[in-house]
Write a protein that binds this ligand. Structure first.
Ligand code: SAM
Length: 228
């Protein structure tokens, strides 16, 4: 972790640790999420899906109801709905931090989801700007598949968890014969990574997590684990 900035850039309502220096988007899908139109389309679509299918919002385990006063990180927070929900759950004594690389996504998050105990940070999940052992809960919903080198990112997430901290990540996962092959082929061209449940569990174990679970639910894979 680098040292905190001496002159923090917070003029847009979030702490911008990348300034003009963000990397090129890591593929066509991520380019969309870093554009004004793409982020607006995503925001409208996710709001509709979450209204019609409230179960989509149900985070597993302690991520669903983090204890009051907990410190929580939401990686790839997009328009910030999940971060804000976590902020409500941890209450005034807690803190929910949403982290994303996309300026337009963060602008939407700040506009719609700002609260006294919710903070947004523009940073790359590949270089998490937090000290080891900071967070009681880390969530990442539909974001890890967009990040090159997800293995290294998973390791960084584990290190950022406090002892006893809980990780809940959701990634899309195609399933079923030919369709699976076609989706993976298109996805890889779009800059997406796909997660094998057993491999992912092994990666988390190799980073020191002891209770790891992976669960497919339709076209998504939930990955959860607790740091000893
Ligand atoms: C599909 S959106 C999901 C947003 C949100 N988690 C939700 O559930 O609505 C994925 C988000 O991950 C972000 N993202 C992609 N690569 C990232 C990276 N390397 N670091 C931080 N965020 C990233 C994108 O900018 C985008 O906002």
């Amino acid at each position: 972790m680098s040292e905190p900035p001496t002159d923090p850039q917070v003029g847009d309502g979030y702490l911008d640790l990348l300034g003009g220096a963000g990397d090129e988007p890591a593929g066509p899908v991520q380019s969309l999420w870093e554009s004004g139109r793409g982020s607006a389309a995503y925001d409208h679509a996710q709001a509709l899906v979450r209204r019609l299918l409230p179960a989509v919002q149900q985070l597993p385990g302690p991520a669903r109801r983090p204890p009051s006063g907990a410190t929580v990180l939401d990686v790839g927070c997009g328009p910030g709905n999940v971060t804000a929900g976590l902020g409500r759950a941890v209450g005034a004594a807690g803190l929910a931090v949403g982290l994303d690389v996309s300026r337009p996504m963060l602008a939407r998050a700040v506009r719609a989801e700002a609260a006294d105990n919710v903070a947004f940070v523009r940073a790359d999940a590949r270089e998490l700007p937090f000290r080891d052992g900071t967070f009681d809960v880390i969530t990442s919903i539909a974001a890890l598949q967009l990040i090159p080198d997800p293995t290294a990112v998973l390791g960084a997430l584990v290190r950022a968890l406090a002892p006893g901290g809980f990780l809940a990540a959701m990634v899309p996962t195609p399933r079923g014969g030919l369709m699976e092959h076609a989706t993976k082929l298109l996805g890889v061209r779009g800059g997406l990574s796909f997660f094998d449940p057993d491999e992912t569990a092994e990666i988390l174990h190799s980073h020191g997590m002891n209770t790891v679970h992976t669960r497919r639910s339709g076209t998504v894979l939930w990955i959860t684990g607790r740091r000893p």
